[in-house]
Design a protein around this ligand. Structure first.
Ligand SMILES: Nc1ncnc2c1ncn2[C@@H]1O[C@H](COP(=O)(O)OP(=O)(O)OP(=O)(O)O)[C@@H](O)[C@H]1O
Ligand SMILES: [Mg+2]
Length: 250
């Protein structure tokens, strides 16, 4: 797929270093990425390859050592999540933990958004939930329902980019596919673009237009999902794919 539009969000030459116990870890090394309007970009790579670090840097939770971030062609520094929260929203693996356990869902959804009840009910319908659930607290929802609530919350903030970090890992296989199908539909209805981190290459091929492969903080390969998954150019991508297939056969 040739990209003619300008990227909605992109990073250039991103570097991030951590020092822990005298050891230096480089989870991002000269990373470039571009997310185009309406697209889902998958980020894959083994544990520790820098996927979550990239998200933290993109949403301003962590400062890069060097490199630049751009939203709609304008550089942003991401000095704090409050600065980027208007266009970026993180959706976490632990949906329960991302809500205040004492608040009803309606209260949680109202906080941090200017939405009225009608708008909340509309979005709740859009993510496939019954508005009756708005009166409940997080612990009284299923994992899938709670994850849909966190997607609803992100949409209510009018974010145009969703950063999804392993958001389906805590869900059963059927619910995983439902959440991924929901995201896929939402990008058209709600006009959102998505960065999608997942270990599950089957889910990645279901939803991602393009994929970027990270290893030790370095981009190994990126391209249209079908090409990367069915015709990987890089040895590491081949190994990663083979290891997934081996696990599936066990
Ligand atoms: N605050 C930190 N201090 C020191 N090292 C860190 C810190 N955060 C991450 N790291 C290290 O950076 C590397 C990349 O971590 P990151 O969380 O980005 O990996 P990941 O690709 O998201 O892995 P996973 O698939 O397990 O979630 C790891 O070696 C990790 O230990
Ligand atoms: Mg991670």
């Amino acid at each position: 797929m040739e990209q003619t539009a300008a990227p909605l969000l992109c990073g250039k030459g991103l570097n991030k270093t951590y020092k822990s116990n005298g050891r230096v870890v480089r989870p991002l090394q000269d990373v470039d990425f571009a997310l185009y309007p309406g697209e889902v970009l998958g980020i894959v790579g083994e544990s520790g390859s820098g996927k979550s670090t990239l998200f933290k840097v993109v949403c301003g939770m962590e400062k890069p050592d060097s490199g630049h971030l751009y939203y709609q062609g304008k550089e942003y520094t991401g000095d704090g999540p409050e600065k980027t929260g208007r266009f970026l929203q993180m959706i976490f693996q632990d949906a329960y933990g991302s809500f205040d356990p004492r608040m009803t869902m309606e209260r949680s959804l109202r906080e941090g958004s200017d939405a009225n009840r009608d708008e909340i009910v509309r979005i709740i319908g859009e993510v496939g939930l019954d508005s009756e659930l708005l009166g409940r607290r997080p612990r009284n929802l299923s994992g899938g329902q709670c994850q849909r609530m966190s997607i609803a919350r992100a949409l209510l903030s009018h974010a145009t980019v969703l950063l999804c970090d392993e958001i389906t890992s805590a869900l059963d296989v059927t619910t995983q596919a439902q959440v991924v199908r929901l995201l896929n539909g939402l990008r058209e209805i709600e006009n959102v673009s998505i960065l999608f981190v997942s270990h599950d290459l089957a889910l990645v091929s279901m939803i991602c237009d393009r994929v970027m492969v990270l290893k030790g903080g370095v981009v190994m390969e990126s391209g249209p999902t079908d090409e990367v998954i069915h015709n990987p150019q890089n040895d590491y991508t081949r190994k990663l794919l083979n290891s997934v297939i081996a696990v599936e056969k066990m």
